[in-house]
Design a protein around this ligand. Structure first.
Ligand code: ASP
Length: 331
């Protein structure tokens, strides 16, 4: 049973269901009309995919699916999965670096155009973290599952049990154990989270964010990536934002939510990303020691991106091709 029906049934019982459903479908019709009006205006710029860092294979996968008419939600899930499956990427999915106790744990979230959301944290046995998050969204009455429960749920949903700790990640971990240094190298280490936003040909927006979090983090640490509002937020009538970088700073500013709300108030995606980064700088005296970055898109297809330190870029897939675009920055 899909989550919305589950909630409706549990809350109001079958007696009130028909009134509730018709109200809900009237609301959805209004939203759909707005979206298709918008897409007519912008049919030349959609579909559109943007993603953090330079992950050309992921954005291409999503973009090519969108070009075939795939929905934004399906495209974003399949797009980020390219990185989740890539064992060379040491901070997303399989091949991700472990925590300081040797556990590879994955965090992810996903949002649909309806504003529905799902998330998993401390997932240990499947690399398809964004897909498990989607199952949480669609098949349970909840938004987030953690740890053992998340893995059990994934197994029940048919996800194959996998070993996420690769030989190469083990070698790096053994080297790390010698020094036990816990200081991310800005833009090089620990910063490869993929956050992706897709707008499909109907003008509908979906997003996903997936990560193994900071390398050699304290066992149990969760970053911003799976937190709705921090690592990802969208409103299908306004636009969306995703984050990468130091999760602690991003979480404290609820950065992705902030950006969408600033766009709602009339700021461009670029102005909104700059404001979110400025707030992080203001709140963190040690801001020069870490990276934080946002990318955002609004419903006109305008894109923004800003980060603290030079060196962050994002990838855009539009008109059948990828473009890697350097972000603006403060320092
Ligand atoms: N935001 C991620 C986290 O803090 C890491 C990153 O994007 O570099 O877990």
């Amino acid at each position: 049973m899909k989550r919305k029906n589950f909630i409706i049934k549990s809350i109001i019982g079958t007696a009130g269901l028909s009134y509730f459903s018709s109200t809900l479908s009237a609301f959805n019709t209004t939203k759909t009309l707005k979206t298709s009006e918008m897409s007519k205006e912008n049919s030349d710029i959609f579909p559109l995919t943007i993603a953090t860092w330079n992950f050309p294979n992921a954005s291409k996968r999503a973009g090519e699916l969108l070009a075939k008419g795939t929905t934004a939600l399906d495209a974003v899930e399949q797009g980020v999965m390219v990185e989740e499956a890539d064992i060379k990427n040491t901070t997303v999915g399989k091949g991700g670096a472990p925590d300081r106790d040797g556990n590879v744990t994955l965090d992810a979230c996903i949002m649909s155009p309806s504003g529905d959301a799902g998330a998993v944290v401390y997932l240990k046995h499947t690399f398809k973290a964004a897909s498990v998050a989607r199952k949480v969204m669609e098949e349970t009455p909840h938004v987030m599952l953690a740890g053992e429960g998340a893995d059990l749920f994934a197994a029940q949903q048919g996800f194959e049990k996998e070993e996420l700790f690769t030989e190469s990640a083990k070698k790096d971990y053994e080297k790390w154990l010698v020094k036990k240094e816990y200081k991310p190298i800005i833009n090089i280490e620990n910063h490869d989270t993929i956050g992706m936003l897709c707008i499909d040909e109907n003008g509908d927006l979906a997003g996903a964010c997936t990560s193994s979090g900071l390398s050699y983090k304290v066992n149990g640490r969760i970053g911003d990536s799976p937190i709705i509002g921090s690592g990802l937020f969208l409103d299908n009538e306004i636009g969306g934002a995703v984050a990468t970088g130091m999760g602690e700073a991003i979480m404290k500013s609820v950065g992705s939510f902030l950006i969408v709300e600033l766009m709602r108030q009339g700021k461009s995606p670029q102005e909104a990303c700059e404001e979110a980064i400025n707030r992080i700088i203001k709140a963190n005296p040690n801001y020069k020691e870490f990276q934080a970055a946002f990318i955002a898109v609004n419903k006109k297809g305008e894109i923004g991106s800003h980060c603290i330190q030079k060196g962050f870029s994002y990838v855009k897939f539009q008109y059948g091709k990828n473009e890697n675009i350097p972000s603006s920055y403060n320092f």
